[in-house]
Design a protein around this ligand. Structure first.
Ligand SMILES: NC(=O)c1ccc[n+]([C@@H]2O[C@H](COP(=O)([O-])OP(=O)(O)OC[C@H]3O[C@@H](n4cnc5c(N)ncnc54)[C@H](OP(=O)(O)O)[C@@H]3O)[C@@H](O)[C@H]2O)c1
Length: 304
C-alpha cells in the first residue's frame, strides 16, 4: 500500500514507548490512536481485551491498516497477573487480528525476541521458538495467530526496546537513567544476558517500509550489533559524558533474582536475515541509535 495523507491507520496500544515513535512516523496520514492509558491528548480509549468495543471503534474508523502495539511488557507483572497477560497479549492480538482479517486489511503485530529459549547466541527468522515466561508464551500465541489466521500480516520480532524518553520508556535505558538522576555513582549491571537493542524510531520506520512494500510475513527487526546489558549501560554512561563520575560494575543475573524473577533466556540476540535479503532493513547499529537517544537524556540532565 502507498501511504498518503488520506491513508487511514488505526493504532492500538499507542500510548507506550513504541507508540510514541509510530504515531510520529505516520503523522502525515490519517491516524486513530487508542490505548487504555490516555497519557496523550491525541489518544482515545480502546481496550484490546474487549472484542466488541474494539470492533465498533475500528469499523467506525474504516482503516486501511491496523497496527497493534498493545501489550503488557513487564515480565514480572505477566507472571503475577497471568490472566491479564493472556487477555492482553494473546486474546487482544486475536481480537485485532480477526477484525483485520474480516475487513481484508493489513495487520501489524509486534512480537519479541524473548520467544526464544537462549540455547544459542543468535536467532534468525527461521529458528524454532521456545518461550520460557508467561510474557513470551502469550506473545508467541499472538504472533502465531497472526501467521495462521490473518492473510495480510506483518509480524515483527523486536529486541530490547529503547525509546520514548524519560516519560514513556519503561525499560532498561530509562531504569539506568533513573539511577543516575538519583545520584548513584556505581551501577550494578548484568553481563550474562545477551540481546539486540531496538530503537523505536528506526523500528517505526521499518513498519512503514514493510507496509509500503506489500511483503507480508514474519520478520526479525532489531538494531545492528548485539551485546549484554552491561555493554549497553557502559555505552549509555559514556554518551552522557559521565564515564569519569559513574562506574558500571558487572554482576550476574542472580544478583537481581528476587526482583526479576521471570525466566529470561541467556541470549535473545536476533539477526534480520529476511529484511536484509529483501533489501528492507532500515535498522541502524544500536550504538548509533543510542547516540541519538542519549541526547534526550543529556538535555534532561543539563536542565536539572
Ligand atoms: N518493550 C520492549 O522491550 C519490547 C520488546 C519486544 C517487543 N515489544 C512489543 O512491542 C509492542 C509495543 O510495546 P512497548 O515497548 O511500546 O510497550 P509499552 O510502552 O508498555 O506500550 C504498550 C501500551 O499498551 C497499553 N496497553 C496495555 N494493556 C492494554 C489493553 N488491554 N488495551 C490497550 N492498550 C493496552 C499499555 O498501557 P499501560 O502502560 O497502562 O500498561 C501501553 O501504553 C508490544 O507488542 C510489545 O510486546 C516490546
Amino acid at each position: 500500500m502507498v501511504i498518503t495523507p488520506s491513508s487511514r491507520i488505526y493504532i492500538a496500544g499507542c500510548g507506550g514507548m513504541l507508540g510514541d515513535a509510530v504515531y510520529k512516523e505516520f503523522s502525515d496520514a490519517h491516524v486513530k490512536a487508542t490505548d487504555i492509558n490516555l497519557c496523550e491528548p491525541w489518544l482515545s480509549r480502546g481496550d484490546v481485551r474487549d472484542p466488541r468495543g474494539m470492533r465498533e471503534s475500528i469499523e467506525a474508523f474504516k482503516p486501511d491498516a491496523i497496527i497493534n502495539l498493545a501489550a503488557h511488557t513487564d515480565l514480572e507483572h505477566c507472571e503475577r497477573e497471568q490472566e491479564d497477560a493472556w487477555l492482553t497479549n494473546a486474546f487482544g492480538a486475536e481480537n485485532l487480528g480477526s477484525i483485520a482479517q474480516g475487513l481484508g486489511i493489513p495487520y501489524v503485530y509486534i512480537s519479541t525476541a524473548g520467544i526464544f529459549g537462549g540455547e544459542k547466541e543468535f536467532y534468525n527468522d527461521f529458528d524454532a521458538p521456545n518461550p520460557l515466561s508467561i510474557y513470551a508464551k502469550s506473545k508467541y500465541y499472538g504472533e502465531q495467530y497472526a501467521l495462521r489466521s490473518v492473510s495480510k500480516h506483518y509480524v515483527f520480532r523486536a529486541g530490547w526496546m529503547m525509546g520514548g524518553g524519560p516519560a514513556k520508556d519503561k525499560k532498561f535505558v530509562n531504569k539506568i537513567f533513573k539511577q543516575i538522576a538519583a545520584g548513584r555513582k556505581t551501577l550494578e549491571v548484568v553481563d550474562d544476558k545477551l540481546g539486540t537493542p531496538t530503537y523505536t524510531v528506526d523500528f517505526a520506520r521499518g513498519i512503514r517500509r514493510l507496509l509500503e512494500s506489500g511483503q507480508y510475513g514474519l520478520y526479525n527487526q532489531v538494531c545492528g550489533g548485539s551485546g549484554s546489558r552491561y555493554d549497553v549501560a557502559v555505552e549509555f554512561v559514556r554518551l552522557l559524558g559521565l564515564e569519569r563520575t559513574v562506574s558500571v560494575e558487572r554482576v550476574s543475573s542472580e544478583r537481581f533474582q528476587r526482583e526479576y524473577f521471570a525466566q529470561r533466556p541467556a541470549s535473545e540476540s536476533l539477526v534480520n536475515m529476511k529484511l536484509n535479503q529483501r533489501g528492507l532493513n532500515v535498522m541502524r547499529d544500536w550504538r548509533e541509535c543510542l547516540k541519538d537517544y542519549a541526547e534526550t537524556y543529556r538535555m534532561v540532565l543539563e536542565t536539572a
